[in-house]
Write a protein that binds this ligand. Structure first.
Ligand code: F0G
Length: 377
């Protein structure tokens, strides 16, 4: 549960929640973030996203766990990237940046464009040509970024923006920027504040591997502060066609329907493996068919409509549960283990995939009788 905080002395001396309203992760968690009073707050009031109990979905895919979904698609631009971007763009503004750049599979660019719009910083985004979900492309374009469609994949685009940020006065907004991880770790804080403890397992899709790294950092910091007693096991899932951390080597031509995680050379790969090993978790992979099945199941059994990437851990859980992976934890704990899976991006971002798995509407004449008939009544 988010409560009024009196310990947060940065930005909002008395409370991050003023008049019952949420003012973003820097306002709320500033004491855990590298900000000073000189740091401008570039915010869209991100964070404070719902942690939703999902018993109907658990009954279907993993009946031996207590499943919660952290719906980070409820952030202002529809993905978890906003947590990192409020920090990265605030620090870029503090440093006087005039131009910022990122490579993206879509969500980072949508978020970067939005926060740069708030700050008045010029935003340039490099996207792999023809490999971005429609909603994300629309966001970057409408929010005023210079959008460049690179004739290559995400890994090519990332290589270019890293090079340019090293040779020109351009702020890099990818998760190689440490402030991105600082912001994103607040997802772990919110999970713990809501539950009153850490989950037993934390499941998450893995692409460039920034978010799993950030969550693990957040859990470890809360643990070091004595705010939680135990740490979760980190369970990451990649798409089978883009699973370098599972295969143990880079993938030069990654392919998956989950375009958000279509990444062959993750920038934070080493740290993701460290999070896996330190926590005693795992990083696995699932097929595109499994991802699409889980995306639809999750939406229909929880009302939480995530984009395909978010279904990778859910598909993974189903497999783990079937294999008996959670049995030992259940016996040790004497109850079902609590597992939080992050729904990292909103399903509306990728309408083309959604329509493919959603099926066709039933066309009926404009008559009540016909509607009843179509309903099977
Ligand atoms: N889920 C969604 C919806 C994403 O957009 C991403 C990454 C991930 C999961 C994976 O997170 O990269 O930190 O391991 N999207 C990036 C982008 C790469 O450019 O929007 P990660």
């Amino acid at each position: 549960m988010i409560t009024e905080t009196t310990t947060n002395s940065i930005g909002n001396p008395k409370s991050a929640i003023r008049n019952g309203m949420w003012h973003g992760i820097i306002a709320h968690y500033g004491q855990y973030l590298p900000v000073t009073e000189a740091t401008p707050r570039i915010t869209l009031h991100e964070g404070n996203t719902p942690l939703i109990h999902a018993p109907r979905l658990a009954a279907e895919i993993a009946p031996d766990i207590e499943l919660y979904l952290k719906f980070d698609g409820a952030n202002p631009t529809g993905s978890f990237k906003d947590r990192g971007m409020t920090m990265a763009v605030s620090k870029a503004a503090e440093d006087g940046a005039k131009v910022a750049i990122c490579a993206s599979t879509g969500n980072t660019s949508a978020s970067a464009a939005a926060y740069c719009a708030v700050a008045g910083i010029r935003c340039v985004v490099l996207l792999p040509r023809n490999a971005i979900a429609l909603g994300k492309l629309a966001q970057a374009l409408v929010q005023g970024a210079t959008v460049l469609a690179v004739e290559g994949n995400f890994d090519d685009a990332l290589r270019i923006v890293v090079q340019l940020s090293q040779t020109h006065p351009i702020a890099l907004l990818n998760s190689l920027n440490p402030y991105r991880l600082e912001g994103q770790k607040t997802g772990a804080f919110e999970v713990c504040d809501f539950l009153g403890h850490a989950p037993d397992f934390h499941a998450i899709p893995v692409g460039n591997a920034g978010n799993i790294t950030a969550y693990w950092k957040g859990y470890k910091e809360y643990h070091a502060e004595g705010r939680i007693e135990a740490l979760p096991k980190m369970i990451g899932f990649q798409a089978a066609g883009a699973a370098p951390l599972v295969m143990g080597h880079g993938i030069d031509k990654p392919e998956t329907v989950a375009t958000a995680i279509r990444i062959g050379h993750p920038a934070r790969g080493e740290e993701a493996l460290q999070a896996r090993d330190e926590s005693g978790g795992l990083i696995g992979m699932v097929s595109d068919a499994e991802i699409l099945k889980a995306q639809k199941q999750a939406a229909a059994l929880t009302g939480v409509f995530g984009e395909p990437a978010c279904a990778a851990p859910l598909a993974g859980l189903a497999k783990l549960s079937q294999e008996g992976y959670f049995r030992e934890a259940r016996e040790q704990l004497g109850r079902k283990p609590v597992l939080v899976s992050v729904v990292t991006g909103h399903g509306l971002k990728d309408p083309n995939t959604a329509i493919q798995i959603g099926g066709e509407p039933i066309v009926v004449p404009a008559e009540a009788e016909a509607v009843l008939q179509a309903m099977g009544l």
